[in-house]
Design a protein around this ligand. Sequence first.
Ligand code: ATP
Ligand code: MG
Length: 176
Amino acid sequence: MADKQKGLLMVFTGNGKGKTTAALGLTFRALGHGHRVCFIQFIKGSWKYGELETAKKFSGQLDFHVMGRGFTWKSDDIDKDIAVARDGWEFAKKIIAENRHHLVVLDELTYLVTYKMIEVTEILEVLSARDKRQHIVITGRDADGKLVEAADLVTEMREIKHPYASGIKAQKGIEF
Ligand code: ATP
Ligand code: MG
């Protein structure tokens, strides 16, 4: 890692589309400079995400991990969801502490706070103890005020139009 690097805490939130894709865009950029990236997805959808296939082509440089067992709002076993979320968070803590990556993406982490699976104060403690040069991205709707306050960069994706409203379903290569 370059000496003068200042690790940023970046948050992509809001109801509009583009949070995860922005994180993937930053990943793409960092990889181009030869940096290592760890991308952790906390909420696993039922789709076959294109990014999972792309990640395989960058193995060794891009570590891609999918946590969770489906969307919590479809859940039939909340206790199990909480346990899986906690496991995912413990894994993320380890990755951050090991400091082997230039950029660590915690995709959809905000939902774990919203659903009270982890405390935002615990997240902030872990982030403030990280190496000063390590960049972190957190995505997800309804980012907690404390997280927004602690961040160096916060972008809110605001929905102006989404094809879903016109009845256009999720498409391969666009939504997944
Ligand atoms: P993407 O992964 O496409 O960047 P996102 O990370 O901003 O989207 P999430 O809140 O993680 O959005 O939601 C995931 C899925 O919901 C995506 O397939 C996305 O297209 C869809 N979605 C996002 N915003 C909206 C919206 N305003 N209306 C309907 N569907 C949406
Ligand atoms: Mg997303």
